[in-house]
Design a protein around this ligand. Structure first.
Ligand SMILES: Cc1ncc(COP(=O)(O)O)c(C=O)c1O
Length: 467
């Protein structure tokens, strides 16, 4: 398609997308159609002839629209979801339009150079060792996996074992130590790498889910042989940070590798207000962090950051006669990710950093933390129980009982003024609030709190009349 139809097609998408985003503020935070309904509506009839381009896109919009969640809306507090900033989206469209396969620097200088520049800026923003290498991956799950693959390779190398040649069978056993409340995706990454759950050593945590320093230090000193330790910056329910300094000192004494999962929390390092939480983070060997959460890039965007470039490359590099290898000063994108062909993820990250600048990122993150505190204070004042110490942007709320909390979440979701999710934490049902959307204002928080309290009162009213 190379004619005027192309311009019309792209103009249609631009017009539709602008219209959709303009409606974000007042859109109900609940999809109109269920998954089951949408499976039927999306079903493809292969006996039909192919359709014209614009018709296909119009059909896609018509079918998808009623089943979309308002994830970019200002009162979406589920999981930890960024806003897919419009400039990031525009950069992402260009990424698709340019169609650059970002396997190597040789084929696409711009895509590779954008990653190199964005990588340097990320290290600066989070004040991590500048010699670190950065892989542009799909999410913090893959970032954690990539970093831990580098850790596995390096720990075995230090133990005299060449993992890349010999494989895992017969290798010296690696002890993996992590907090009892590490994120589920860390356990998944370890599973992909051959570390079974029963072999992991979990360390007790405090009431906010942060690793107990003494317990971690004792655990690290109690083992011999290769050790990987995993700490967390930003607990999914509480936002808490682990005691990095103490853990890093013990790791150094034992020659252990320290990885930090900072999917959203690592961005605290970019602020004046919350930087202190992340003291000692720079002492680790690797870090995983998302762009599609707090940097507001569209999906898929995350960074696998490794202090030891050789280990990173050893774990990820794909060798073939037709692929160029890195010359000095050259960064081959595929050397740092578990993929060869992929989209040019650096453009959206580059655009978001250029858009917000260091100050803009710091102010946004700080503002979200202030809004989370406001939410917690308002809910607590109305009688809800806040189960976490709100140190960052996450709030864990309990309404009277587990059943009441569950019913309140369901009612909030059905009412659609805002969206919140639920979780089990420390044996109790919580409503989990994450403030991560750049468009959320104080007014959105206040309106959402009113909706949550109204839902709770309705649930209580139902229970009283039923009783
Ligand atoms: C602490 C933490 N680690 C890892 C992840 C996984 O990130 P992603 O969903 O981007 O793969 C999350 C997601 O919320 C998280 O909160």
């Amino acid at each position: 398609m190379r004619d005027a139809g192309l311009a019309a097609l792209y103009a249609r998408i631009a017009e539709y997308a602008a219209h959709r985003r303009a409606g974000d503020d007042e859109r109900r935070h609940a999809p109109d159609l269920s998954y089951e309904a949408q499976v039927k509506r999306f079903a493809l009839d292969l006996s039909r002839e192919g359709a014209p381009a614009e018709q296909v896109i119009n059909e896609l919009i018509d079918i998808a629209e009623p089943g979309l969640a308002a994830m970019t809306g200002p009162r979406f507090f589920g999981w930890v979801i960024g806003a897919s900033n419009p400039v990031g989206v525009a950069a992402d469209w260009l990424t698709s339009a340019w169609g650059q396969n970002t396997a190597n620097h040789f084929a696409t200088p711009s895509a590779s150079a954008a990653e190199a520049a964005a990588a340097a800026a990320l290290l600066e923003l989070m004040d991590l060792p500048r010699e670190s290498s950065v892989g542009f991956v799909t999410g913090a799950t893959m970032a954690g996996f990539t970093c831990l693959a580098a850790a596995r390779s390096e720990m075995l190398r230090r133990a005299g074992w060449d993992l890349e040649s010999e494989g895992m069978a017969g290798s010296p056993p690696i002890t993996v130590i992590l907090g009892a409340e590490a994120h589920s995706t860390i356990f998944a990454g370890l599973k992909y790498l051959g570390f079974g759950e029963r072999r992991l050593m979990t360390v007790d945590v405090d009431a906010n889910g942060a690793i107990l320093a003494d317990a971690a230090v004792a655990a690290i000193h109690s083992v011999s042989g290769p050790v990987i330790v995993i700490a967390q910056a930003g607990h999914i329910n509480s936002g808490s940070f682990d005691p990095f300094r103490e853990i890093a000192a013990a790791c150094r004494a034992k020659n252990a590798w320290l990885h930090i999962d900072g999917a959203f929390g690592l961005w605290a390092r970019a602020t004046e207000t919350h930087r202190k939480l992340g003291e000692g983070i720079e002492l680790a060997d690797s870090w995983s962090v998302d762009g599609h959460k707090w940097l507001q890039t569209p999906y898929d965007s995350a960074y696998a950051i490794v202090k030891h470039r050789e280990a990173h490359v050893r774990a990820m590099q794909i060798a073939a006669s037709y692929l160029p290898s890195a010359g000095s000063g050259v960064r081959v994108p595929a050397d740092y990710v578990p993929e060869l062909s992929r989209r040019a993820r650096g453009f959206a990250t580059w655009a978001m950093i250029r858009l917000l600048g260091q100050r803009g990122i710091a102010e946004m993150v700080s503002q979200h933390c202030a809004l989370a505190r406001r939410m917690a204070l308002l809910l607590a004042a109305a009688g809800a129980e806040i189960l976490n110490d709100v140190v960052l942007n996450q709030v864990a709320v309990h309404f009277g009982s587990d059943a009441e909390t569950q019913a309140t979440i369901a009612k909030v979701q059905a009412d659609g003024v805002c969206f919140v999710g639920g979780a089990q934490w420390r044996g109790r049902q919580v409503m989990r609030v994450s403030v991560t959307n750049e468009n959320t204002t104080e007014a959105d928080v206040d309106r959402s709190v009113a909706a949550m309290l109204a839902a709770w009162m309705a649930v209580r009213g139902r229970a009283t009349s039923a009783g």
